[in-house]
Design a protein around this ligand. Sequence first.
Ligand SMILES: [Ca+2]
Ligand SMILES: [Ca+2]
Ligand SMILES: [Ca+2]
Length: 377
Amino acid sequence: MDWLAGWTYRAAVTIDADQVGTGGVANFPVLLTAANMPATMWAQLANADGRDLRVTSSDGTTVLNHELVSITPATPALEMWVSVPSVASASDTTLYLYWGNSAATMPSAASQQAVWTGAGYSAVYHLLEDAAGATGAALYADATGLGHTGLDYVSATDKTGIIGAGQQFDGSNDFVRVLDADDLDPGSGDFTVSVWLKGITMERMALGKYSPSPPWPGWNLGYSVSPHGYCRWAVFDGVHLYPDFDGTHVNIVDGGWHHLLGTLSRADAALYLWVDNISEGSSDQPVIGTVNTAENLVLGARFNGGSLFWNGSLDEVRVATVARTAAWVTTEYNNQSSPGTFYKVGAAETAATGARGSIFNSGVFHSRVLGDRSFSW
Ligand SMILES: [Ca+2]
Ligand SMILES: [Ca+2]
Ligand SMILES: [Ca+2]
């Protein structure tokens, strides 16, 4: 097994095939947290900001793009998303996490954003930012780099999330506004919206981008339908009043965190909704036309921040211009709800370095003295 040149330490990260949806997923952003990480790693980082962290594929040298959202070695805490080209359901997927290289620099913003754009996302909000007041300032970063920054109309201060920090909404007048853009609407293509939410009040809206006037062109996800707190996923094309439909299985306003994913598949001419990896079924309404509205996207309310204010918290809001499969939903839910179950981490390995060669734990000796010959044992 080759070693990434310049790095001192590594550990194998093994994704459990049983945690991956049947058929596997491609270009999947895998969440790595402090769960299962070697205890020695935190003090061995070349810099506390984690600039020397790298993840490779199973060959040990092919560096994968990652976004490092946050790291606090002293806690320890980590939120890191790695773009994995193929995550299999038939066999475990091995990656290598490297650290310990004082010459390493932070990966470029473009490479970090590619984790998301490479997976079809058009907007991704980790919601870790915080600022006092509700000034409308551009605050909540869009991790895709596509510039859909969220404007801060949130006065609530609780930052408890399910993946790192999240954002509380006060249920009175808090919301985040994202200005309209074509890639925040389905148009004539596929579309997916997902969110983690925690709510305590009926008939509130987690995410909405639709007109306040019938036939309400646009879309919304996470309307907690009274009286049971069931979830709605709706896409309105401006001609058909529907399709939309309500889930019937999971109460999303019971005070706990829930994962919602609504998708629009043109191939199937259908909407699908999952809540906590439980299929809420599909719409049985007519084929949807083009969906393109000039309305702004709003987190924590509907109608540009006009009503149905969310009372609770949101985290990891994502918009994608592709349809997601059941396998994707399962993999995403398992990874994000319990990272420490999704992957295991092997013991830390150390690269021993000689004056004219390097000895690696895998049992290979590379010698430049002898003309770049390798010996295995
Ligand atoms: Ca977060
Ligand atoms: Ca604020
Ligand atoms: Ca407020």
